[in-house]
Design a protein around this ligand. Structure first.
Ligand SMILES: Cc1cc2nc3c(=O)[nH]c(=O)nc-3n(C[C@H](O)[C@H](O)[C@H](O)COP(=O)(O)OP(=O)(O)OC[C@H]3O[C@@H](n4cnc5c(N)ncnc54)[C@H](O)[C@@H]3O)c2cc1C
Ligand code: SF4
Length: 406
């Protein structure tokens, strides 16, 4: 590992206009970090990565590197790009346990963060590093959001999230688990109790249903519910997955690791929502793919499909008359997720769009003054690095807002 990443660092051309940095959604200063790494300034490099992106250690593992930093490296045009994410992973992982914050000047203002996924964690860290007293709430019993309850263990070890928790302790960030906002507590209660501003990073946790017959049968499950705790489910040997997005790929790979023998993903069209590499890995793990299958209903035997007829451009132009009953012990629906509506329904003035996503302005402020939001709850299911980038901007806007309120 060490030799590999040193070789990678030595291959970096230190471009004046680094395309890799342009390809990174949070503009990681890649050449500068590589320079520090080569000069044995590991802690400085770690500090720079962390201050630019508090989620760096996770991004280095779960980002779509081919589409972002590595995919933009000029060396990749004629050969192999610099695999910076491996260098970033080494630096940020090493830095994680050694991070020190020094003396932080206290601002004597309390701020709340609802949701402890990548967006909430990023906002909490930035606010605490700027001297604000932060309380973070989450409806789950552990922090991490989709880092812990969505992305499977074989892709992202939960021990990294446990180690990350130490950073929050060092910053005196208070954590209230098992606390759902929009039930016993509301955003209004926070202002009543002296919080100067509120950050919302509650993500998208309501699996979308298809509105078809059979969705409530005992052997039918939702993808994100399954991923939250795969050990709690008995799927049997033959598993059918409806959908071909990234979540569906994770469901397939997890089911294969939990005893399923035959796992098949079904999609109506020939267009795949998942990224290419996620699909390649699912194929390597043994998942099968069936295209042109439009789900009609689910029976106890398994899903029933209408079989699509394609034209020469692979466009669906109709369906065969006969339905296709597939035999499966379990059927998992992994089509998409939407936000729960608890916050909107319990907060006067908090507006969502037609999809239930929170409406924000250019400063990430919601339609209620002092309430800010970022991440999936604003845009729908996206990525860790995008949630971190937006939460960083939201936290800076919160700081400006709280300074103006003096
Ligand atoms: C299976 C799966 C695989 C993925 N793989 C990748 C990947 O490889 N790479 C990548 O970049 N992205 C991936 N993503 C997407 C990525 O995880 C999300 O974009 C990211 O986690 C969004 O961060 P967030 O903080 O906005 O929301 P979340 O991570 O969803 O966190 C929201 C938090 O808020 C809490 N919450 C919700 N409602 C309330 C409430 N009312 N009160 C209190 N707390 C509440 C939730 O419990 C959760 O902890 C994946 C997503 C899934 C589902
Ligand atoms: S944050 Fe993601 S895209 Fe940016 S340099 Fe790191 S791994 Fe690459």
């Amino acid at each position: 590992m060490a030799l590999t990443i040193i070789n990678e660092a030595n291959r970096c051309l230190q471009c004046k206009v680094p395309m890799c940095q342009k390809g990174c959604p949070i503009s990681t200063p890649i050449p500068e970090v590589i320079k520090k790494f080569k000069e044995n300034q590991l802690m400085d490099a770690g500090k720079q990565l962390f201050e630019n992106n508090p989620m760096s250690v996770f991004c280095s593992i779960v980002c779509d590197h081919q589409a972002q930093c590595a995919g933009h490296c000029v060396l990749g045009r004629k050969g192999s790009p610099v695999h910076f994410y491996n260098i970033e992973r080494f630096i940020s992982d090493t830095y994680l346990d050694r991070i020190k914050f020094g003396t932080i000047e206290k601002k004597d203002k309390r701020t709340a963060v609802i949701g402890s996924g990548p967006a909430g964690l990023t906002a909490a860290v930035i606010l605490a590093m700027n001297g604000y007293e932060v309380t973070m709430f989450d409806d789950n019993d552990h922090m991490g959001g989709m880092l812990r309850y969505g992305i499977p263990e074989f892709r992202l070890s939960k021990t990294i999230i446990d180690r990350y928790q130490k950073i929050l302790e060092k910053l005196n960030i208070q954590f209230r688990p098992n606390t759902t906002f929009g039930e016993a507590l509301t955003i209004d209660n926070l202002f009543r109790d002296g919080y100067s501003s509120v950050f919302v990073g509650t993500g998208v946790w309501r699996p979308k249903n298809l509105g078809i017959e059979g969705e409530s049968l005992a052997n039918v499950h939702f993808g994100i519910s399954y991923l939250a705790n795969p050990g709690a489910f008995t799927l049997g040997e033959n598993v059918a997955i409806i959908g071909m997005g990234n979540v569906a790929m994770d469901v397939a790979r997890t089911a294969l690791r939990h005893g399923a023998q035959n796992v098949t993903l079904y999609a109506r069209s020939k267009r795949i929502a998942a990224s290419e590499h996620e699909m390649d890995y699912a194929k390597l793990d043994g998942a099968q793919f069936e295209f042109g299958q439009a789900i009609e209903k689910i029976t106890e035997e398994g899903p029933v499909f209408k079989v699509a007829i394609f034209d020469e451009n692979d466009k669906v132009i109709g369906y065969e008359e006969e339905l296709n009953q597939v035999k499966a012990d379990s059927t998992i629906l992994a089509v998409s997720q939407a936000p729960k509506n608890k916050l909107i329904s319990t907060t006067v003035g908090l507006m969502g769009n037609e999809k239930g996503l929170l409406v924000t302005d250019e400063n990430c402020m919601c339609t209620v003054p002092g309430v800010f939001a970022a991440g999936d709850v604003v845009h729908g299911s996206r990525t860790v690095v995008e949630a971190a980038e937006e939460a960083k901007r939201a936290a800076m806007a919160m700081i400006r807002y709280m300074e103006e309120q003096q």
